[in-house]
Ligand binder design. Structure first.
Ligand SMILES: Cc1cc2nc3c(=O)[nH]c(=O)nc-3n(C[C@H](O)[C@H](O)[C@H](O)COP(=O)(O)O)c2cc1C
Length: 133
């Protein structure tokens, strides 16, 4: 419906990057060492496709970063926890966001110390593809 619910917060501030790196139990520590991170937020009142729209945005930024020789890593926020807190609540607190903003994830940027080889068609697990002819 072309509602465009996504907004983007570009974080360069080291203190905020550190806070975001501690926003969930596991898998966010790398943000502390990132040069920048983009938090994708979406107005959940505007569109019920906020998960899909945010994921599309994250994926395309991920691909573009690679194209520009910039390392990036997706950090999941939605459905994750920090202790007994919802990770989305923790990130909303850090960024002073209203509760109608939903947060699928954060893309952290930097220079990778190792570059994985690109996937090739041979890497595709063909057993996961079903055909209806
Ligand atoms: C939806 C999604 C959520 C992810 N969340 C995290 C995360 O919270 N922390 C992290 O270090 N990596 C995260 N990743 C990166 C994955 O760990 C990574 O994509 C996976 O290990 C496969 O590596 P590859 O993307 O190089 O094939 C996430 C990736 C996706 C697609």
């Amino acid at each position: 419906m072309n509602r465009k619910p996504c907004e983007f917060i570009v974080v360069s501030n080291k203190k905020t990057l550190k806070e975001l790196s501690e926003s969930k139990d596991m898998g966010a520590k790398l943000i502390a060492g990132a040069n920048k991170a983009i938090v994708v937020i979406a107005d959940g009142n505007l569109a019920d496709t906020w998960v899909e729209d945010s994921s599309i945005a994250l994926t395309h930024m991920h691909l573009m970063a690679t194209e520009l020789d910039i390392g990036s890593c997706w950090v999941q926020v939605h459905l994750k926890t920090k202790g007994d807190q919802d990770c989305e609540d923790v990130v909303r607190d850090i960024l002073n966001l209203d509760s109608h903003y939903r947060i699928v994830g954060i893309l952290a940027f930097g220079h990778s110390n190792k570059t994985p080889r690109p996937y090739t068609p041979e890497d595709i697990d063909k057993s996961k593809i079903r055909y209806i002819d």
